[in-house]
Design a protein around this ligand. Structure first.
Ligand code: ZN
Length: 238
């Protein structure tokens, strides 16, 4: 399996790695900074540079049975197994994902309803809520989100043992999403005093890094369901 460097350092933009397998256009490495699509967050794009200077473009990153798959474009040159490569992610795109991903955690704290789905894009994202009879107020959600951004709360991932959760049921009760069981260890994302939930994605280190947010729209997705679309203010539709 691939060592997932992005789990402990979401700010790593470059790294060195060794090619361990190539399957079609999918390259597997011993370790990576490329985030594979999952949890509503798109897979990273970027480059693998060979020792002779040849640059291979990674067009997507996915989870696979043999580890994380760095997908090269069709017709791309392929590296040899055992080759040393320099990794670089498209940091501008990933940082937009990190800011929006963290904003969606804040939305879980602001909207008093269960989450049924979500999607993260570069500078814009959405969560779907089962609101029941509750009416959502666009202006109130936007004000709540921006207050949490301005408070600049620290954001920290941490690992807990399932045993620890069994011993502290109150920790699970405070989570907005229940943790999956069976892996032994669970990665939690803790926005101090704001939101705590299991999450394997990439986030910014403080909520202030998200910057000003705009709730662009609340869509009706059926009798009980509402979709809240949020964007970074610098990218929002005016
Ligand atoms: Zn997350």
């Amino acid at each position: 399996m691939t060592t997932e460097l992005f789990r402990d350092d979401s700010y790593a933009t470059t790294a060195a790695a060794t090619v361990v397998a190539v399957d079609g256009t999918a390259v597997m490495l011993d370790q990576t900074i490329f985030y594979p699509m999952g949890g509503g967050q798109p897979g990273d794009t970027g480059t693998l540079t060979l020792s002779d200077g040849q640059v291979l473009t990674v067009v997507d990153t996915r989870k696979g049975e043999g580890g994380i798959q760095h997908l090269l474009a069709e017709g791309s040159a392929l590296p040899a197994v055992g080759a040393q490569v320099s990794l670089a992610i498209d940091w501008a795109r990933r940082y937009l994902h990190m800011r929006i991903h963290t904003a969606l955690h804040l939305m879980c704290a602001v909207v008093p309803a269960g989450v049924t789905g979500g999607q993260i894009g570069p500078g814009r994202g959405r969560l779907d809520f089962d609101v029941g009879e509750t009416t959502l107020d666009k202006a109130a959600i936007e004000a709540g989100l921006n207050a949490l951004v301005q408070a600049d709360h620290p954001v920290s991932p941490r690992w807990v043992e399932e045993r620890e959760l069994d011993e502290k049921p109150e920790l699970v009760r405070t989570m907005s999403v229940q943790p999956p069981r069976g892996a032994g260890r669970i990665r939690l994302l803790d926005i101090a005093g704001v939101d705590l939930q299991p999450c394997g994605g990439t986030h910014v280190a403080r909520t202030g890094e998200i910057g000003a947010l705009v709730v662009e729209k609340i869509e009706n997705k059926g009798k009980r369901n509402r979709r809240v679309v949020v964007a970074l203010a610098e990218l929002a539709a005016s």
